[in-house]
Design a protein around this ligand. Sequence first.
Ligand code: ZN
Length: 95
Amino acid sequence: MTRYCPDCKQDKPVGAFGVNRARPDGIGPYCKRCNCNRVQRFRDGKLRPQSGPYDDGPTMADVRRVERAGAARYHAAAARLAATTAGVRPVRGVQ
Ligand SMILES: [Zn+2]
């Protein structure tokens, strides 16, 4: 007996699927491997709870993460610049 996994789009033996007592057949909708990946992606903020198996686009969490990374790079560069110019004093007599 096999079951279709809509995430990896493969027919797999029922044993490859997890148990889900909330569903009428008692078997999870995705195979164990895909379910594991989906949980990981959900924790990473890449998967919205209401998204289907084919919705893989970026979320606001991705946008915010990229913005934070950009801001961190800017502040690191500004700190390096401040450190290298900290001891520099204007030279008297130079116009
Ligand atoms: Zn799968």
